[in-house]
Design a protein around this ligand. Structure first.
Ligand code: ADP
Length: 262
C-alpha cells in the first residue's frame, strides 16, 4: 500500500511540475513576442518625429544667420549629428525587430547588381575622402540577380562603411563583385585595425563591439553586422571574415545563384 501511495504521489508531482512548466512557458513566450512587437512599434513611431527634427534643423541651418564660430552654430551641428545617429539606431532596431517577428517582407525583383553597388560606393566617397582613404570598386560589366535591391544596398553599405570606419587615415578599401561557379561572391577588403580571432564570430552578434572599436570611440552601436548576417541568411548565403590585427580584414559573402540569373 505504501509503495502504491508513493508512486501515486510521484505521479501527481510529475504531472503538477509538467503542468506548471507548460503554464509558465506560455506567458514567457507571449511576453517575449510582445516585447519584440513593442520594439518594432516604438522604433516605427520614433522615425517620424526624428525625421521632422532633422528637417527642422536643416531648415534652421539654412535660414539662421550663424557664423561658423558661433556657439549656437556648434550646438546646432551637435544636435544634427546626434539626431542622425539616433535615426540610424532606430532604423537598425526596426529592421532587427521586424526580422525577428518574421514580418519583414523581402521584395523579389530582378536587377543589375553592378550599378547598385557603384551607387553605394558613390554615397560613401565623402566619408572615405574625409579620411584620405582610397575607395576602389571592381565588378563585371553587368550582374543580373534576383532579390530585394534595397536590402542588397543596405548589406553593401554596412560592410563598406565599416571598412572605412575601422581603417585609419590613408588606407585602402575595396569592394569586389565576383561571379564564381554558380555563386556570387561579394568581397570587402580593408587595410584597417583588424579583428582579433576571439572576436571574429562574435561581431555578428547583436550589440557586440570589440574593445578596440569602443576604446577608440569609433561611432556605432553593434547592430550593422547582425543585420548583414540576417540579409545573407535570408538568401541562403554565407558570410565569413578573415582578419589580421593591425593589417586589415576581408569580409566574404557567397550567394548561391539560380540558373537563368547569371
Ligand atoms: P558597429 O560598427 O556599429 O559597432 P557592427 O555590427 O557593424 O557595429 O560591427 C560590430 C563590430 O565589429 C564593430 O564594433 C567592430 O568592433 C567590428 N568590425 C566590424 N567591421 C570591422 C572592420 N572592417 N574592421 C575592424 N573591425 C570591424
Amino acid at each position: 500500500i505504501l509503495l502504491g501511495i508513493a508512486i501515486l504521489f510521484m505521479g501527481v508531482a510529475i504531472y503538477i511540475s509538467y503542468y506548471m512548466s507548460k503554464k509558465a512557458m506560455i506567458p514567457i513566450s507571449k511576453t517575449f513576442a510582445r516585447q519584440k512587437e513593442f520594439v518594432a512599434d516604438a522604433s516605427h513611431e520614433l522615425r517620424t518625429p526624428l525625421s521632422v527634427m532633422l528637417s527642422s534643423i536643416n531648415a534652421m541651418e539654412m535660414t539662421a544667420e550663424f557664423k561658423e564660430e558661433d556657439y549656437s552654430h556648434k550646438l546646432l551641428v551637435n544636435m544634427k549629428n546626434e539626431v542622425k545617429r539616433m535615426a540610424g539606431l532606430v532604423g537598425d532596431l526596426l529592421t532587427i525587430a521586424r526580422s525577428d517577428l518574421e514580418n519583414l517582407e523581402l521584395v523579389n525583383e530582378t536587377f543589375d547588381f553592378c550599378p547598385l553597388a557603384s551607387k553605394t560606393i558613390d554615397s560613401l566617397k565623402t566619408l572615405a575622402g574625409s579620411k584620405q582613404i582610397n575607395l576602389n570598386f571592381h565588378a563585371p560589366e553587368a550582374l543580373i540577380v534576383r532579390g530585394d535591391s534595397q536590402r542588397f544596398t543596405q548589406l553593401l553599405y554596412i560592410l563598406v562603411e565599416n571598412a572605412i570606419k575601422y581603417t585609419p587615415n590613408g588606407g585602402e578599401v575595396l569592394l569586389a563583385l565576383i561571379t564564381g561557379d554558380k555563386e556570387l561572391i561579394v568581397e570587402v577588403r580593408d587595410t584597417g585595425i583588424g579583428i582579433e580571432p576571439k572576436d571574429q564570430q562574435r561581431i555578428f552578434d547583436r550589440f557586440y563591439r570589440t574593445d578596440k572599436s569602443r576604446t577608440r570611440q569609433i561611432g556605432g552601436h553593434g547592430l550593422g553586422l547582425s543585420i548583414a548576417k540576417w540579409i545573407v541568411d535570408s538568401y541562403k548565403g554565407t558570410i565569413r571574415v578573415s582578419s589580421e590585427v593591425g593589417k586589415g580584414s576581408i569580409f566574404t559573402i557567397r550567394f548561391p545563384m539560380q540558373k537563368g540569373y547569371e
